[in-house]
Design a protein around this ligand. Structure first.
Ligand SMILES: Cc1ncc(C[n+]2csc(CCOP(=O)(O)OP(=O)(O)O)c2C)c(N)n1
Length: 375
């Protein structure tokens, strides 16, 4: 008999209660579960992870700047979350497929999104600038948690195809309060779907702290669905890489879904429309500044003699180049003909869509300058 008459109702555990391989000061720590999954990560590979994170940070800052200059309608910054995004995305193979929210810029870049992909949607020029099949990432999801259901459906498809691949569902701590996520986890567990749930716990869902939404660490919810889980330091790129490799390997080899809670922090606002100083205090920000994901890899690389000015300049040049291309893609954007937005809705002709196209066409024509169209 299982008794749950006294469930845990203490507030969420400490953010330090996580599996980690790199401490905030850059010390390499052993971990009996994670070590084997990053045994191949030598100094060049670690430098590659640092480069990815540094480039991501710069491109993210460029997005904020472009929004502030009026070139983009909105931008959801991911500063602080670089290790979670790069570590997990680098664990994926080409044939795996990711379903993300709007904040996973690092996942898009890692999967090969182009500079135009990064900005055109936020500029309002297109519904989605990416071709999901090419990038291996579904179009960014704005509906909180909806992508988890899509990821499970895709994983069940993989399973039926007998393919050795997996899908990844990225979502935030706030999404854990959504029904979709619960449904996704029930289906994933029931069908042993090859899906990895990666919950980026960045402590806040806009102005609501995670402690309000969850009495227990989010990773502890997964076993209730029959899904194994791990809670890792989301600011530790090595731990994120290791945990995701573990989870993806399970999924690809038929052992079913896994859940990762990456404990991190959103350093900036929720989006460029938000003012976090209204709901967060400076001490909290200072606490997380000390746990910066890039600083700890740099400290570690310096300690082992792998970080010098040449490398720093090389990383800066790579970031400059990509930021330049992103800015050019933004400033050179051409607004497409309005009717083309209906082009890719269905693969085959559809009468309802034809009617919509006709009506929209007539509406647009009503703005024409010649009196004839207006009459
Ligand atoms: C179904 C749904 N409800 C509400 C919203 C409004 N909304 C946009 S972002 C957000 C907070 C999401 O927080 P979290 O899941 O922690 O992700 P984060 O933004 O922190 O990455 C909310 C409630 C939405 N987009 N979709």
């Amino acid at each position: 008999m299982v008794y749950t008459l006294a469930p845990v109702t203490a507030p969420v555990d400490s953010v330090e209660d996580v599996a980690r391989l790199l401490s905030p000061d850059g010390t390499r720590l052993p971990d009996r579960h994670l070590d084997a999954w990053v045994a191949d990560v030598d100094p060049p590979a670690l430098r590659g992870l640092y480069r990815d994170m540094a480039v991501l940070r710069r491109v993210d800052a460029e997005g904020v700047a472009l929004q502030r200059q009026g070139q983009l309608g909105l931008w959801p910054p991911c500063r602080g979350q670089e290790a979670t995004q790069i570590g997990s995305a680098r664990a994926m193979r080409r044939e795996d497929f990711a379903f993300t929210s709007y904040r996973e810029l690092g996942v898009f870049l890692t999967r090969g999104a182009t500079p135009a992909d990064v900005v055109l949607t936020w500029r309002g020029e297109t519904h989605s600038s990416m071709d999901p099949a090419q990038v291996g990432v579904a179009i960014p999801q704005i509906i909180i948690g909806a992508q988890t259901v899509h990821a499970v459906g895709y994983a069940m498809g993989i399973q039926r195809d007998g393919a050795e691949a997996a899908s990844m569902a990225y979502f935030g701590d706030g999404a854990m309060s959504e029904g979709d996520v619960g449904e996704a986890m029930v289906f994933a567990a029931t069908f042993a779907a090859p899906v990895v749930f990666l919950c980026t716990n960045n402590q806040w869902a806009i102005s609501e702290p995670v402690s309000l939404q969850s009495r227990i660490p989010l990773s502890r919810r997964a076993p209730g669905y029959g899904i194994p889980s791990i809670r890792v330091d989301g600011n530790d790129v090595l731990a994120c890489l290791a945990a995701t490799r573990w989870a993806l390997d399970r999924a690809r080899t038929g052992a079913g879904p896994a859940f990762i809670e990456a404990v991190t922090y959103r350093m900036g606002p929720h989006t460029t429309s938000d003012d976090p100083t209204r709901y967060r205090d400076a001490a909290e920000l200072a606490f997380w500044e000390q746990r910066d994901p890039l600083a700890r890899v740099e400290a570690h690389l310096r300690a082992i003699g792998e970080f010098d000015d040449v490398f720093r300049d090389e990383v800066a040049a790579a970031a400059d180049e990509l930021c330049g291309a992103v800015r050019t893609a933004c400033l050179d954007a051409r607004t497409p003909e309005p009717l083309t937005m209906l082009d890719d809705v269905y693969a085959e002709p559809h009468p309802a869509l034809d009617l919509q196209r006709e009506r929209l066409g007539a509406y647009l024509a009503s703005f024409a300058d010649d009196g004839e169209a207006r009459a």
